[in-house]
Design a protein around this ligand. Sequence first.
Ligand code: NAD
Length: 353
Amino acid sequence: MKILVTGGAGFIGSALVRYLLNHTEHQVMNIDKLTYAGNLESLISIHDHPNYQFCKADITDMACMERIVEQFEPDALIHLAAESHVDRSIDTASDFINTNIVGTYSLLEVAKNYWLQLPSNKQEDFRFLHVSTDEVFGDLAISDAPFKENTAYSPSSPYSASKAASDHLVRAWHRTYGLPVVLTNCSNNYGPYQFPEKLIPLTINHALLGKAIPVYGDGQQIRDWLYVDDHVKAMLKVLESGEVGETYLIGANNEKTNLEVVTSICHFLNQQCPQRLNGLSGFEELITFVKDRPGHDVRYAIDSSKISSQLGWKPSESFATSIEKTVLWYLENQQWCKNVIECDHMKHPARTE
Ligand code: NAD
């Protein structure tokens, strides 16, 4: 199969691209604008693979997308490219509106026009997989049941609102034009190669640098944490066997408060690198509660019974082992962290962490 991946130089996209090339025979075309969050260093291990092509391009550029699609002739398109960091969306929403909404519109139009001229057997098999987030549902009270596929949308941040808009566009292109789409809404991911502005890599990085580890509010916000490789396997299940027009929620049934996540990382680092404590009794001493994020969602939780009962997907990784695997990866790849942070500072000199 020929698979066009957008956002394949980001955290989840690069895990997907590495998986496709290491574990399948598929040909992959990776389209990425290489924003601060996209780094080709995350793809060094596969960048010479004969089934891999990369094109630096912006998904909002419809003419360029059209050329790429016409030349590559994909059997499927997996759309991950997005602006993804809630705090940045609160600072400045325009990139989120452009990439997440206008960019998704541009890809839908290009995919629709391409799909319409395919022979009927190819038309039937073509898929547009839209990768989205559980944040589109807003938040839950502690006593609420987890999100399901039919939970009403109620996004809180500019990021989640832009993703919600993109989900609606994708469904409309299916209903109105018949484009064969499938959608996924996934919980918080963690794992290697995540840009160190997100909670888990930020905690590890700050601990190792002896810097304050910021925790929003009282740290009691709850997220359902899923290891990135499990997300990749779920996406491929949906691509291969998901029903056209359907949405699948993906989660790990692993709810943790932000404070629990940060504390478990500190405990593991205490054992792994006591030599870097520099007089602290534990890395927990660096935890600093900071003013809460405006509009901060209290709790996300996912009921993933649809994907597990209909498609046979279940997460295979436990949080306890995967968080340790993740911390060890960051310990062994501190140069990657340094490089991507330096690169971000070069692209956005005014931005402080
Ligand atoms: P990321 O920020 O790490 O990567 C996004 C990638 O998109 C980057 O490589 C970036 O360069 C690229 N990109 C941004 N704007 C672009 C544009 N205009 N044209 C082409 N490429 C562009 O994000 P991520 O965490 O890997 O998330 C990937 C997708 O999964 C997003 O759509 C996100 O909403 C969704 N998602 C993420 C999570 C999570 O926990 N990280 C959970 C659920 C869903």
